[in-house]
Every structure is written in structure tokens, then in C-alpha cells.
Design a protein around this ligand. Structure first.
Ligand SMILES: Nc1ncnc2c1ncn2[C@@H]1O[C@H](COP(=O)(O)OP(=O)(O)O)[C@@H](O)[C@H]1O
Ligand SMILES: CC(=O)N[C@@H](CCC(=O)OP(=O)(O)O)C(=O)O
Length: 259
């Protein structure tokens, strides 16, 4: 039987909340077995960009990344956010190691072709170096991935952190039985975004389609759900969306996805 692997993705709003982030990292530290943390930081990048006079442009939950925005993304995701999380996890006794997709050639991508929208330096993932990441896990490291990939020719690219998490989960199914947790500030996918208690506890491919048609899934929720189903279609064992109580096994109210 394969060993289990938990991949936890945390989003921008958790990262902005110091206490919430620390609580989440504590819970993550207590998780048993092989694990990987993937973080975003979109909000922080927008905030830093604003301070530098670089305005954020988003389309369908994805950032249009010109050369200046890419610099901000590299500084914020690969530097500020990643290194703070790694240091906090070290403080909690988890031997974490900060990773971008360029480190160890772990995630190669290509610059997205221009279609209706020119996303600039946004990377679509081509390959995950599962063997390399597996070796880190076997050595006892806990990788902490930021939202950056590389094209193998020297260019860093900005890739949505939800996508990084699902591609890692899929890539590592060759070595592990993988569970993917999307942690954000809400209890799960909500039927009504302004009602915290309207959690949809189960979504399958059929209800997903209906939720999209009804416009219940929008903004940042679009790439998240897309990535959940991509993972399930590619042998990831379990996918859940919820707040940090989900990974503490304290809450039964979160969203579970099935095909
Ligand atoms: N049906 C929905 N349920 C929950 N959140 C939703 C929904 N539709 C849109 N959203 C929005 O999506 C946001 C989460 O997307 P995003 O900020 O990209 O996630 P993350 O925090 O993981 O980066 C929520 O804060 C919420 O405002
Ligand atoms: C291409 C693209 O959209 N990249 C994302 C990467 C960061 C991210 O995913 O952050 P959250 O998880 O906090 O949203 C961005 O720059 O916003």
C-alpha cells in the first residue's frame, strides 16, 4: 500500500491574518505523515504593487503579469511570504524547506500563449519533478511551495497557487495516496458568499456545472474548483475545501468534492 501525502494550500486572506496564519501553521505542524504546504499571497502582492505604483489586473481570478508585476510576485511570493512561513514552521519544529518551481527543477511551465487575453509572464505547468520532491520528503523535509514556476530556459513565471497545489498532488500520485486540502478564510464553498453558514458540503461534477451556470462560483473560486476536479480526474484520492479547522479535524463543516 502507498504511503499517504497531505498537500495543504493556503490562500491570500489567511496569509494576511498573522494569528490565523500561525494557528494554521501549528495545525499543519501536527499533521502526521508526508506533507507539503503551498501558499499564495495574491493580496500581499497587490498591496506591495500598489505601494510601488504597480496596479494589479485580474481576469477570472488570475493575475495579468507584466515584467514589473512579475518582479513584485517574485519578491512577495518567493521572498517575504515563503521565508516567513518557513521560519515559522522551523520554530514549530517542522523541518520545512522553501521552494519555487525553479528550485530543484521541481515545476516547469511555459508562458501562456496569448489568446483573448495576454496574461504576460503567467506559466502553465508542463511537468512536476515528482522524483525530486519525493526525495525531499523521504529525507524528512517538508517542502513549502510558493506560486512561482520556471520555463527551463531561465525565465521565472507566475502560476496560480491553487494550480501548483493540484499539479503537485497529481504528480505525486505515482508515489503516494494523496489528499489535497484547499484552506481559505471561509468554511467551504458557499451558496451565498455573504452567508458564512451556507456551506455546500458536497459538490460533484454535475452540481459543479450547475453552480457555474448559476454564477455561485466566481472570482478566486473559479481556479480553485477547476483545480479540484482536475486533481480528482487524475487519481488524487480526496479533495476538500474549508477553513483551517478542517486540517485540525475539528470541523465537519467543509466542502468535499467527488467526480
Ligand atoms: N461560492 C463561493 N464560496 C466561497 N467564496 C467565494 C465563492 N464565490 C466567490 N468566492 C470568493 O472567492 C474568494 C476565495 O478566492 P481566493 O481569494 O482566490 O482564494 P484564496 O484565499 O485561496 O487565495 C473568497 O474570499 C470569496 O470572496
Ligand atoms: C497567475 C496568478 O494568478 N497567480 C497568482 C499567484 C498567487 C496566488 O495564487 O495567491 P492566492 O492563492 O492568495 O490567490 C497571483 O499572482 O495572484
Amino acid at each position: 500500500m502507498k504511503e499517504t501525502l497531505s498537500i495543504v494550500k493556503i490562500g491570500g486572506n489567511i496569509i494576511e491574518d498573522n494569528d490565523g496564519l500561525f494557528q494554521l501553521l501549528q495545525s499543519f505542524s501536527h499533521m502526521k505523515g508526508a506533507k507539503i504546504l503551498v501558499h499564495g499571497g495574491g493580496k500581499k502582492a497587490t498591496e506591495m504593487g500598489n505601494k510601488l505604483g504597480i496596479e494589479a489586473k485580474m481576469t477570472n481570478g488570475r493575475r495579468i503579469t507584466d515584467a514589473q508585476s512579475l518582479d513584485v510576485a517574485v519578491m512577495v511570493y518567493g521572498g517575504l511570504v515563503n521565508k516567513n512561513i518557513v521560519a515559522k514552521l522551523q520554530g514549530l519544529g517542522t523541518n520545512s524547506i522553501g521552494m519555487s518551481g525553479a528550485d530543484g527543477g521541481s515545476i516547469r511551465a511555459h508562458k501562456r500563449a496569448v489568446q483573448e487575453v495576454d496574461f504576460g509572464f503567467v506559466g502553465d505547468i508542463e511537468a512536476v519533478n515528482a522524483q525530486g520532491v519525493f526525495s525531499l520528503l523521504q529525507t524528512g523535509f517538508t517542502p513549502v511551495f510558493c506560486a512561482l514556476t520556471h520555463d527551463g530556459k531561465g525565465q521565472l513565471l507566475n502560476t496560480n497557487a491553487d494550480t501548483i497545489a493540484s499539479e503537485l498532488a497529481v504528480g505525486l500520485t505515482s508515489h503516494f495516496e494523496t489528499t489535497l486540502y484547499y484552506c481559505f478564510e471561509k468554511k467551504g464553498v458557499l451558496r451565498n458568499v455573504s452567508d458564512e453558514n451556507s456551506v455546500i458540503t458536497h459538490i460533484d461534477s454535475h452540481s459543479y456545472k450547475t453552480l457555474l451556470e448559476e454564477g455561485i462560483i466566481s472570482d478566486g473560486m473559479l481556479p480553485k474548483l477547476h483545480n479540484c476536479f482536475y486533481a480528482l480526474q487524475n487519481k488524487v484520492k480526496k479533495v476538500c475545501i474549508g477553513d483551517s479547522s478542517m486540517i485540525r479535524n475539528e470541523s465537519t463543516t467543509f466542502t468535499t468534492l467527488t467526480l
